[in-house]
Design a protein around this ligand. Structure first.
Ligand code: RTP
Ligand code: MG
Length: 140
């Protein structure tokens, strides 16, 4: 198995409910390692840039408002097949469809306020990591 890095965001619905540690416990219990982490208030421009691929979707405006509604925690996770592994432990986008034990099943409030973001490909992981972290901030 290949060691990979993926990018994660603990979203504002989760930081608001003081769930950063609980989500990190799910991440660490899965075997993934948190090799970089910082808490940020995203600017509107940062959120719009991050979600630029969704610009044409009906939920884009609401998504940006949600993502700037409170602090987020941005993270780099490292481990075997980290991109797919983290998508698995996050669960489906809509918590109603998420499997038992996943972050979204355990914690998400709705399809939008769904507690976590994870990169959907190795290529996007590299782009998203570089959007928020300098190489010197990532310590494996
Ligand atoms: P993410 O990018 O956050 O890891 O989530 P994802 O791949 O599972 O979902 P994606 O389709 O990329 O959507 C990005 C985020 O937009 C919000 N969303 N709202 N109101 C809606 O119908 C709707 N659909 C998606 C969610 O916060 C989703 O995670
Ligand atoms: Mg996505």
């Amino acid at each position: 198995m290949a060691t990979e890095r993926t990018f994660s965001i603990i979203k504002p619905d989760a930081t608001r409910r003081n769930l950063t540690g609980a989500i990190n416990a799910v991440i660490e219990n899965s075997g993934l390692r948190i090799v970089a982490q910082k808490r940020l208030q995203l600017t509107r421009a940062q959120a719009e840039g991050f979600y630029a691929v969704h610009r044409e979707r009906g939920f884009f405006g609401e998504l940006v408002e949600f993502m700037i509604s409170g602090p987020v925690v941005v993270q780099v996770l490292e481990g075997d097949n980290a991109v797919l592994a983290y998508r698995d432990i996050m669960g489906a986008t809509n918590p109603a469809n998420a499997a038992e034990g996943t972050i979204r099943k355990l914690f998400a409030e709705s399809i939008e306020a769904n507690s976590a973001h994870g990169s959907d490909s190795l290529e996007n992981a590299a782009i998203e990591i570089a959007y928020f972290f300098a190489q010197t901030e990532i310590v494996g």
